[in-house]
Design a protein around this ligand. Structure first.
Ligand code: ZN
Ligand code: ZN
Length: 247
């Protein structure tokens, strides 16, 4: 189906210029599709490396100063608060596919504020069983919307070869182990890639994807997510080495 016809049908089914996409109130929402009550908290104090919301001053968050990152730089549009959670949950589990469009508008604004140069967008893939169950991959929908709004293609560069546990239920180190070896590249990536996802928690998933893309030939990999979980402030406590878990 032609994209403009598809959009027109979606617009008729889900008129986001009449109803607020969060509370459903029939008032004219802003250009993101939200009413005045339901505004999202923009991520305006972020770590210049991982892009997650941080507290306090300084360029980097407490976690980035200690861990290996394959992602060169990441940015995230909003703070993962209750409103953002509600939107993401509905996109992921409530079949509210039309939410991918307002989300990609936020991402576009975030992207415009960067100095990134890139050849394509890609997305964090789902395992084929999980995708069959849900029927779609929300990260792919967001990335496709972004590609449509820019002149940059969205390429399916990665596949998920390992079924993983739900990252949300795991600790920071558990998340790292859970996604290890979970992804594989499908085709040789272009040199500069932007990986798109809905939420960034510890960054373990994006980082693992970036590792695979770099091994396959990408030289610069950026991460772009709609919402990010704030990072923990600086502490002097030693972090656990990943090798300790492999024993
Ligand atoms: Zn609202
Ligand atoms: Zn950081």
């Amino acid at each position: 189906m032609r994209r403009d016809i598809k959009n027109e049908i979606l617009q008729t089914l889900y008129p986001d210029d009449i109803k607020c996409m969060v509370c459903g109130d029939e008032i004219r929402p802003n250009r993101y599709g939200l009413c005045n009550k339901c505004t999202l908290d923009l991520n305006d104090n972020y770590c210049v490396r991982c892009g997650r919301h941080k507290v306090g001053i300084g360029d980097y968050c407490g976690e980035c100063s200690k861990s290996v990152m394959y992602i060169d730089e990441a940015r995230s549009s909003v703070v993962y608060d209750d409103t953002a959670k509600n939107i993401v949950r509905r996109l992921k589990f409530g079949e509210a596919l039309y939410l991918a469009r307002p989300i990609s508008e936020y991402l576009l604004d975030t992207l415009i504020a960067t100095d990134w140069e890139f050849d394509c967008f890609t997305f964090v893939p789902m395992h084929k069983k999980a995708k069959r169950k849900r029927g779609y991959n929300q990260a792919e929908l967001i990335a496709e919307n972004l590609a449509e709004r820019t002149t940059t293609p969205c390429l399916p560069l990665l596949e998920k070869i390992k079924e993983t546990s739900n990252q949300a239920r795991l600790t920071r180190d558990g998340r790292l182990i859970n996604v290890m070896g979970a992804f594989e590249h499908k085709v040789r990536p272009p040199f500069h890639v932007v990986i798109v996802d809905d939420v960034m928690t510890t960054g373990a998933t994006l980082n693992e994807c970036a590792k695979v893309l770099k091994k396959a030939g990408a030289t610069v990999v950026y991460g772009l997510t709609f919402a990010s979980v704030p990072t923990r402030p600086f502490t002097d406590k030693p972090t656990v080495n990943i090798r300790d878990f492999k024993k």
